[in-house]
Design a protein around this ligand. Sequence first.
Ligand SMILES: Cc1cc2nc3c(=O)[nH]c(=O)nc-3n(C[C@H](O)[C@H](O)[C@H](O)COP(=O)(O)O)c2cc1C
Length: 210
Amino acid sequence: MRRQYSAAGLAEHELAHDPMAQFGRWFAEAEAAGIHEPNAMVLSTADADGRPSARTVLLKGFDGRGFVFYTNYGSRKGGELAANPHAALLFPWHPIARQVIVTGSVERVGRDETAGYFRTRPHGSQLGAWASEQSRVIASRQVLEQRYAELADRYPEGEGVPVPPFWGGFRLHPEAMEFWQGRQNRLHDRLRYRADPASPTGWTVERLCP
Ligand SMILES: Cc1cc2nc3c(=O)[nH]c(=O)nc-3n(C[C@H](O)[C@H](O)[C@H](O)COP(=O)(O)O)c2cc1C
């Protein structure tokens, strides 16, 4: 599979005009190739002093407005994004020798959109979002399970769980998107879209050395 994609490569003429459309094509191909959780992406953030941090989150939607993920706003990433909205996403699709790297800035998604998504989550995940003060130090696993048990008593299955005010979505608006296709002899293809108001499509495509 890797060999098949590597042999085919990625050429300028076959790129979609819009990077989101190109991402949609590659995402569908990653799914079709049977990649486990193709929506798992590495989110990199940096604090106000420029110190970086990274972790995996799940992509829950993408369209012309950007890439959406959900998290705890009080977490490390939540705090860093509040202080510095610049972030990067990396999709590591190793079995097909591809990666996509997106850079841009984030904003919180609206509360209605967050609530709509929260309601689609399983009851246990809804309680888990309340139970966990994500990224804080906790004395023991027992304390966490105790919190969960109290919440499960308060909101039994079937009872509506309110959306935690400290939990919700971020949308990353891309400023650049790089599509990387592994090729032979390290001569990989790297095509990067850069937002360009002067271009009729709104984007300029550049080839980068591998
Ligand atoms: C496959 C995978 C998917 C994950 N998805 C999410 C997610 O969608 N949202 C989230 O907040 N954390 C998710 N996590 C946990 C994060 O990687 C991380 O541990 C957590 O968000 C705390 O990160 P922080 O302390 O840097 O804020 C996921 C972890 C893995 C391994």
